[in-house]
Design a protein around this ligand. Structure first.
Ligand SMILES: [Zn+2]
Length: 264
């Protein structure tokens, strides 16, 4: 099989706080804009590769800082969603896109079955298998786990400004999302989307339906507006806010009593 990554390139995923003691478990599916050297630039300009089409600007910084604040395991994808989207079921058109928003992705226009399999096996699967391994181990240890999936969104979409500072995302399991929405909306001056600007579904997402809902874990997705988290200061502000809000909803989750209240 085609080897995508050279030995000197970063691995498919990166974990921080692997021994994080809290129940919080953070994922960042779109953490990186990196393209494997073997794929060149996919025919995309350097400027476009810094845009949202390649990655979630600011999301990795918030996820790592939030993990620090909560003493949580956090996993970050190592490569751009333009290579293969870690939050889409492999095989569907949205997994390896030929066009993102209005930008053609020439390197994805002719992707053979073998090419797609290489991306899936060398980038998508290592990331998700690491999540599975960790979640399996926690289940075996009867550790309570709360899945938080961190993303970011563009301030404008097709020219129209988006009003939300952040969005709370969920699929069928609304237990945690409902509380997070209430708490964030109680913060002064914030406009918080309810499954906006995106809603979670099996067709459009992978991490929450597969790792959260199929396991019955408390879960929520967070979307942050990129202009608010583009700088380290903005990332710190949002990580601190989210940590404070999660702790006020669920506690640090490090006692049985607190865990019990999480699902009430
Ligand atoms: Zn994302």
């Amino acid at each position: 099989m085609l080897k995508l990554l050279d030995l000197d390139e970063p691995p498919a995923f990166h974990v921080e706080r692997p021994n994080g003691q809290s129940p919080y478990f953070l994922t960042c599916d779109h953490a990186s804009a990196r393209i494997p050297r073997s794929l060149g630039s996919l025919g995309v300009s350097a400027e476009d590769l810094q845009r949202h089409i390649a990655w979630d600007i600011g999301a990795a910084g918030v996820a790592v800082k939030l993990a620090d604040a909560l003493d949580a395991f956090v996993i970050l994808s190592g490569y751009s969603r333009l290579v293969i989207d870690c939050n889409r079921q492999p095989g569907i058109p949205e997994s390896i896109v030929r066009k993102s928003e209005a930008t053609r992705i020439p390197g994805n226009e002719v992707v053979t079955v073998e090419d797609a399999a290489a991306r899936q096996q060398q980038l998508f699967l290592p990331y998700h298998n690491r999540i599975r391994t960790e979640l399996d181990a926690r289940r075996a240890q009867q550790r309570h786990t709360i899945l938080i999936s961190v993303h970011s969104f563009t301030p404008r979409f097709h020219g129209a400004p988006r009003p939300w500072h952040a969005g709370v995302l969920y699929n069928r399991d609304t237990r945690l999302a409902t509380k997070l929405l209430q708490h964030l909306r109680a913060e002064p001056g914030l406009v918080i989307g309810d499954n906006e600007p995106y809603a979670v579904s099996e067709a459009t997402d992978y991490t929450i339906p597969v790792h959260g809902e199929q396991r019955g874990l408390l879960n929520v997705g967070i979307e942050l507006r990129q202009d608010l988290v583009a700088t380290a200061a903005g990332q710190t502000e949002w990580a601190e806010r989210l940590a404070r809000v999660f702790v006020s909803i669920l506690g640090r989750g490090d006692s049985g009593r607190t865990c019990g209240s999480a699902t009430s």
